[in-house]
Write a protein that binds this ligand. Sequence first.
Ligand code: FAD
Length: 417
Amino acid sequence: MKQDILIIGGGASGLAAAILAARKGAKVTILEHMDRVGKKILSTGNGRCNLTNLKMDASCYRSENPSFPMEVIGGFGVEETLEFFRTLGIEPKSRNGYIYPASDQASSVLDGLRFEAEHLGVEVVTGCQVKEIRTGAGFQVATGEGAFRSEALILATGSKAAPATGSDGSGYELARQLGHRVIKPLPALVQLRCQGNHYRQLAGIRTDARLTLKAGGQVQAVERGELQLTDYGLSGIPAFQISRFGAVALDKKQRVEVEIDFLPQWEEGERETLMRLSERAALLDYRSSGEFLSGLLNKKLAQVLVKAAGISPERPAGELRQGELRQLARQLRCYRALVMSVNPFANAQVCRGGVDTRQVDSRTMESKLCPGLYLAGELLDVDGICGGYNLQFAWSSGALAGQAAAKRAAGEGRKSR
Ligand SMILES: Cc1cc2nc3c(=O)[nH]c(=O)nc-3n(C[C@H](O)[C@H](O)[C@H](O)COP(=O)(O)OP(=O)(O)OC[C@H]3O[C@@H](n4cnc5c(N)ncnc54)[C@H](O)[C@@H]3O)c2cc1C
């Protein structure tokens, strides 16, 4: 069966590529190994799909080729993405610049993509396991559903994150077979597992905090936001944002610590904190040490921090010595969590690492090693922070790949027809 373009993977980037290519008149087939396309899109943004963000700059992306992500987004940006979704019937809704579909339903984003692909005549073969890709006079793809041939091929297989949605990492092997270098994928936007039994008492607490991740004693990342404490460690947006740095450092066998400032609203340092604590202890001298922080901090958290400062929770606050209050100020402003590991790929939203983007043309997403091969989405060594950045990279890279592949197929097609 000869197609203009074969797309392996029917996720965010594959569907965007298919639509943009088909709109240019290309005959497109998506080969998807799950029983349906776009499963991951359904779980994005807690089922609401944070599809992009109005704030878009290089600081929102990481890659070993740092200029690459914004070069791609420069080719198909936020405005074009919003316009693209409007043509699918998806009206954007902004929450402080974070863009969601007005329906607040990720399923409506997937429906918009699916219906448009169908309307344009894109063929979708599901349950289709790709076994081998051969090159020479186009591409020959051997699958469990038969052999396919095409002028151009787009690899859009995603990463290893959340494999239950279909992105099982098999795309890395396909890219390697076609000569590409793969930078080690590690879980990112994921929870941090920390040393200590006391986390069990803290599970479920949500609190504003500033997190500083240090690897081998060096600051790697600082984030402030709503920290969620779990029975094994740290979760919530600020923990997710710093996790990829922890994963990289742990992979290098470095010691990883997170210093937690539980009072980030106090702009002054530990000396002023000590003064404020002394005043509070004098004011509430009739309370126990385990109770005198109540009203400032979550009670259970306060009790754990009082213990961590070496203070018995039963001691009256009025009896606390300066040295003890100093220890407490330290725990409140710079609590040290020793990170033992990050959660596995199953819990990660994205991966750090992937196909080395130095082997890919950022204007077209075409491989520099294998003409006619295009790579898009999270398969590549690009990871964004939380907030719609990973989907934006998927839409942008998918759109560029689809348009360029269609152009190539049209040229090649004319030659061979
Ligand atoms: C829980 C969760 C929430 C998220 N929320 C957001 C959010 O709100 N905003 C945001 O920007 N990002 C979010 N992300 C990240 C975002 O979903 C991904 O970055 C994005 O979907 C990547 O698109 P992709 O096309 O590269 O890969 P995917 O969407 O993973 O698609 C890859 C497709 O390829 C198929 N495939 C894989 N290998 C093969 C093969 N060998 N043969 C055939 N088919 C194959 C897979 O089954 C899958 O359908 C979230 C991720 C998760 C897990």
